[in-house]
Design a protein around this ligand. Sequence first.
Ligand code: 13P
Ligand code: SF4
Length: 303
Amino acid sequence: MDVGFVERIKKLKQERDAVIVAHMYQNDDVQAVADMVGDSFALSKYCTGRKEKTIVFCGVDFMAESAKILSPEKTVLIPVLDAGCPMADMITAEQLIEFKKQYPGYAVATYINSSAAVKAESDVIVTSSNALKVIRGMEEKNIIFGPDRNLGSFIAKQCPEKNIVLWNGFCPTHHKIKKEDVIKIKETYPNAELLVHPECTPDVTGLADYAGSTKGIIDYAAASNSKEFIIGTEIGVMYQLKKNNPDKKFYIMSDELICPNMKKTTLESIADCLEKGEHEISVPADVSEKAKKALDRMLELGK
Ligand code: 13P
Ligand code: SF4
């Protein structure tokens, strides 16, 4: 790790009265300088209760936007402006409006991996860690779910009482995990438990011992009596898994499980972001107000 950057970040953080948060898919050195590392749900909640004026969000744009919507009085900075999420880009607000017309009376539950404009057209937001609880807690039976068809079908299977229509989005990183490769690696490590993210395809989650959010995977590994685990999500989670469980072995499904956008943030970009006050996230007031209602409903139902 570059100690020069770490020292510069510490000093600038104080000067700017900032807190640094990082998603678990961030580079190891970025996770190491963060005040809080978590999944998208934990980070969005953590940011709402902070006393610091500024939040430096090391993640992708929809996460920083969500933090800004939930804490409009804060300055939210993202170190790399073009760190986006291809899955979130698979649905626009205009497309959702058109889709809703095909399903009158349906409520819209949207994955947090979506733009602020899409959230504003939604009734409730979910993350991978609270989706089941939120959807079960909704009074509506008929639900449109997007953009991730995999998380949507994972939830739909567990909620037979709901009628869920799926948007056809997916995560290109999690789609790299193929059922045949899972079968092979399970043969190589027969004593290992398979832990995957619900963004994986149903034939992969169907083989898993546990499917859940990045934090869910980390908590499961810590609590399990098993000593070996095969990990089916972005490679960044390996940092926390190894750090928290030095006596356990973790095998990543493939070294190619990399979200390129998550890896754009570097220590240098964090230092620059703090020094220059760039790049500030802003969300138009009308969009923010509507999106906040959907996020607040998530916080209420996900309690
Ligand atoms: P989490 O909700 O587990 O943080 O996942 C977010 C994400 O982008 C997964 O690809
Ligand atoms: Fe988006 Fe997939 Fe990257 Fe998560 S891992 S931020 S869903 S592209």
